[in-house]
Ligand binder design. Structure first.
Ligand SMILES: O=C(O)C1=C[C@@H](OP(=O)(O)O)[C@@H](O)[C@H](O)C1
Ligand SMILES: C=C(OP(=O)(O)O)C(=O)O
Length: 499
């Protein structure tokens, strides 16, 4: 297992003036990745697998020094494939399943275990945030994490990094804690949408202090309980607002009813995942009315969670089969999945791949052709960067639609993709809700990732057939798959990626 950000160095930025802490610009060549509010929470080396809650001493308010950890950018030349890939891989667990299982376990009645969890920056931060509020979360064993719920307490600080799941799933749970829980993250996390969730929580009695608008940094003044009831929310900017409210909602005194009003909520499969996992933990959930979800108040059981491999993380590897005319098999794929495997199968088939689910796993084969794609990706917007990478290599134009909200992801993905793909010679326009892509002959060039793991995946896919794609930073893949560069090189050079 590749260590989490082994190259991290701690740098102390000057203290921020009173009021809103400053997002200090990192020196050239360094990427600011993590704002640490309590340096004791992250020992030097950056890895905290401990099992003890890390909290400021009782009664002491949460310290908010502007301590910033920066890491150097890690430039990377995407390897070019000289032969079709022929790879069988075991990939890490799903970020979305790991995040939900951690949250549900922390508010359950008894202990839980996560088998094959994802160990990556997002899930370590989720574990760290729950631990800071008092949950016992042991992540020492790579294959089996143990969670023992405890009464949740502040003062505590939650570093959300750049993680949408941490910044949207933990504040509702923090309302259940007794005492203040502060939240902040990477500089770009402050720009990611959060207002509708803050508004919804306030409407059911959760006190939240913000310094500027309804975004990070913020403090949830936990009262030890949340009244709950009905909230009306515009969740068109992120399905995670709804998932966060539902995951905490079973423990609210009146449960929760979430009523969405506004343009469509994206990422329907992630909402189904939330509902199914809540039910698996014993919650009564009604999702029969479109755009309304109701969770009855009640106890949640601790249980064993088996975490499936991460489908979104698998997409670049499958794309490699199409680009090189080879084959990639992902081991350990369940027969019945909580992730949108059928949608991926359909999209890759339409682009020219052959997808089969067999006893050995999920296999994608390239046929030597990549076809352009006209598709609404609102259900699977995470796939957009890699599908855009395939589209610039296709034999006809593509239109990727329905993903306006990904301008609020790790970066403005529509703008970033248009800019970087055009820099390689493609002809890409970002539209109000997607991308129009006209393939052109491509050349190797610099490719900026904007701290976005899926931008790095996209560049890696193009690099298979276009030599000289120079990423400014590949370490951003540690958000969801620290072992990405190693696994990718193994796949390209024909090694065994089963681990
Ligand atoms: O709930 C989840 O685990 C996720 C939901 C989606 O968020 P959005 O609805 O904000 O796109 C997805 O893009 C994200 O990577 C993970
Ligand atoms: C949008 C993503 O992540 P997040 O959970 O941070 O929103 C993603 O992983 O593509």
């Amino acid at each position: 297992m590749v260590a989490y950000l082994p190259h991290m160095v701690a740098t102390l930025a000057p203290p921020a003036p009173a009021g809103r802490p400053r997002a200090t610009a990192p020196p050239a060549g360094l990427l600011e990745i993590e704002t640490i509010r309590d340096i004791r929470a992250v020992p030097s080396g950056g890895r905290d697998r401990g099992s003890d809650p890390v909290r400021p001493p009782a009664g002491q308010n949460v310290p908010v020094p502007n301590l910033t950890a920066v890491r150097p950018l890690e430039p990377w030349t995407a390897p070019t494939a000289t032969d079709p890939v022929a790879s069988t891989l075991r990939l890490p667990g799903s970020k979305s399943l790991t995040a939900r299982a951690l949250v549900l376990s922390a508010v359950a009645d008894g202990p839980s275990t996560l088998r094959h969890p994802l160990r990556a920056r997002d899930t370590e931060l989720m574990a760290g945030g729950l631990r800071a509020m008092g949950a016992h979360v042991s992540t020492v064993d790579d294959e089996r994490w143990l969670i023992r719920p405890n009464p949740l307490q502040g003062p505590a600080h939650v570093d959300v990094g750049l993680s949408g799941t941490v910044m949207r799933f933990v504040p509702p749970v923090a309302g259940l804690a007794e005492g203040p829980v502060t939240f902040d993250g990477d500089p770009h996390a402050r720009l990611r949408p959060l207002g509708p969730l803050v508004g919804a929580l306030r409407s059911i009695g959760v006190r939240i202090d913000t310094t500027e608008g309804a975004s990070l940094p913020l403090t949830v003044q936990g009262a030890g309980q949340v009244l709950g009831g009905e909230v009306v929310i515009d969740a068109s900017a992120s399905s995670q607002f709804v998932s966060g409210l539902l995951l905490g909602g079973a423990r609210f005194a009146r449960g929760i009813v979430v009523r969405h009003v506004g343009p469509p909520v994206p990422s329907a499969p992630h909402l189904r995942m939330t509902v199914q996992m809540l039910r698996a933990a014993g919650a009564a959930v009604d999702d029969t009315t479109p755009d309304v979800w109701a969770v009855e108040p009640g106890r949640l059981s601790g249980r064993g969670w088996d975490i499936e491999p991460d489908l979104s993380g698998a997409v670049p590897f499958f794309a490699a089969a199409l680009v090189t005319g080879g084959g990639v098999t992902l081991l350990g794929w369940p027969r019945s999945s909580l992730q949108p495997v059928d949608t991926l199968r359909e999209l890759l088939s339409r682009m020219g791949g052959e997808v089969t689910l067999g006893t050995d796993g999920l296999t994608v084969r390239g046929t030597g052709v990549i076809r352009g794609l006209d598709a609404d990706l609102s259900d699977v917007s995470e796939f957009t960067p890699v599908l855009a990478a395939l589209a610039v290599l296709a034999d006809s134009p593509s239109r990727l639609r329905g993903v306006a909200h990904i301008r609020g992801h790790e970066t403005d993905r529509l703008a970033a993709l248009a800019r970087e793909l055009n820099g390689l010679g493609a002809d890409v326009t970002d539209t109000a809700d997607g991308l129009e892509i006209r393939p052109r002959p491509l050349r190797g060039a610099a490719f900026r990732t904007y701290a976005d793991h899926r931008m790095a995946h996209a560049a890696a896919v193009i690099g298979l057939s276009v030599p000289g794609i120079e990423l400014d930073d590949v370490a951003c893949t540690s958000k969801t798959m620290p072992e990405f560069p190693a696994l990718w090189s193994t796949m390209v050079t024909g090694g065994d990626g089963r681990q």
